[in-house]
Design a protein around this ligand. Structure first.
Ligand code: DCP
Ligand code: MG
Length: 373
């Protein structure tokens, strides 16, 4: 670890507020002030992609079934997504970021990391730069964004949520330790509900609590992820902002609170995983050609296996066949299922690899994979 370089970096994480809904309200101001969601129809077993803050007051949120959202908020206005306009806004926002620094790493249509270390603008103040960037998004794209400013990606991303909507929050280097100590472990990327519950059983709620576990214990419990946990709970995250980062894969996975006893139970979970995969796919900052479909199965004994096949546009049936193949290797209860794709290798991706890319190695690891719950 290099504490000095850590404390010297200035990372901004920018995230637009209720992005799809904000674009809809911008383009039809009559929609403002009333609860609004973007998503699929309830009759089609649709899901909410996002909703404005008026709808959130009723408890509506992203990934909730539209049927449930309408029960919570019967007057909810539901619009179908229009990705053309969302992509256009996303491009405008990225151009604003790139006016500040070439070190911009988009995570999805409405989210990006910027490394603004050492820039002369705004007297070098990342706080002022974030203010200015947000003011420009408001003026030029006519939606609002929130920002987190911190010495690394992990903390910048957590911080951008702190003053949402239309706000920003700074974690200064000298504040990192106290800020992280108080964070619930669930705020660490890769710690889903199941892992958080497992830690909670040991009396561990916050990152501060987790520091009591030695590295060997964390690695014993969590494998390679244990090493990352050991650093993250101390607020250490050395991942660079990678402007050329091209993901090699996209996947979603779910760890089930109760093991799935047999193949039929696994099959029954597939539609939900595939639907979540498709939503995540739609949010990629840039469309990519698909090369392979992949299924991951982790059995109750924690052994895991993946099955894959070449496919340019996988349908559910393709993942279903892979699931059968992977499950048959052990033929027992399952704790985790994942579905995903690998993208076709492009010249750019090969170049990125030569330059030594970190954090995009495994299909089902790191920031790219999310619990689908
Ligand atoms: N999205 C989606 N399905 C999800 C989460 C998000 O389709 N489960 C889409 C819709 C969002 C966009 O991605 O508008 C950005 O996601 P965010 O998580 O940043 O959510 P919002 O920008 O909508 O809201 P917030 O103000 O909380 O950032
Ligand atoms: Mg957002």
């Amino acid at each position: 670890m290099n504490l000095k370089s850590e404390s010297m970096r200035k990372i901004i994480h920018c995230d637009c507020d209720c992005f799809y809904a904000a674009v809809e309200m911008r383009d039809d101001p009559a929609l403002r002030g009333r609860p609004l969601a973007v998503g699929g129809k309830a009759e089609m077993r649709g899901v909410i992609a996002t909703c404005n803050y008026e709808a959130r007051a009723f408890g509506v949120h992203s990934a909730m079934s539209t049927a449930r959202a309408l029960r919570l908020c019967p007057q909810l206005l539901l619009l179908p997504p229009d990705f053309r306009r969302y992509r256009e806004a996303s491009q405008q926002i990225l151009a604003i970021y790139r006016d500040y620094t070439p070190l911009v790493e988009p995570l999805s249509l409405d989210e990006a990391y910027l490394d603004v270390s050492g820039l002369p603008r705004c007297q070098g103040s990342a706080t002022l730069m974030a203010e200015e960037i947000r003011a420009r998004i408001r003026a030029e794209v006519r939606i609002t964004a929130s920002a987190g400013i911190a010495p690394n990606k992990f903390l910048a991303k957590v911080a951008s949520d702190w003053r949402k909507p239309d706000g920003q929050f700074v974690v200064r280097p000298q504040e990192v330790d106290a800020f992280v100590a108080a964070l619930p472990v669930g705020k660490i990327f890769g710690v889903g509900k199941v892992t958080a519950a497992r830690l909670q059983k040991h009396g561990i709620h916050t990152c501060g609590d987790l520091r009591a576990w030695e590295l060997t214990r964390l690695v014993g419990e969590f494998g390679r992820f244990g090493t990352a946990l050991h650093q993250l709970c101390r607020g250490i995250d050395e991942r660079p902002v990678r402007p050329d980062r091209l993901r090699k894969s996209l996947s979603v996975e779910t760890t089930y609170p109760r093991d799935l006893p047999d193949l039929a139970a696994c099959r029954a979970e597939l539609p939900a995983l595939v639907a979540e995969f498709r939503r995540r796919f739609a949010r990629l900052p840039a469309p990519r050609p698909v090369h392979q479909a992949v299924v991951k199965v982790k059995f109750a004994d924690f052994t895991q296996t993946t099955a894959e096949c070449v496919s340019a546009a996988p349908e559910e049936a393709v993942w279903a066949a892979l699931l059968d193949e992977a499950w048959a290797r052990k033929g027992k209860a399952v704790r985790l299922l994942g579905v995903g794709v690998r993208f076709a290798e492009t010249e750019e991706a090969r170049k990125g690899e030569r330059e030594g890319s970190e954090e995009q190695g495994d299909l089902f690891a790191g920031e790219g994979s999310h619990p689908a719950s």
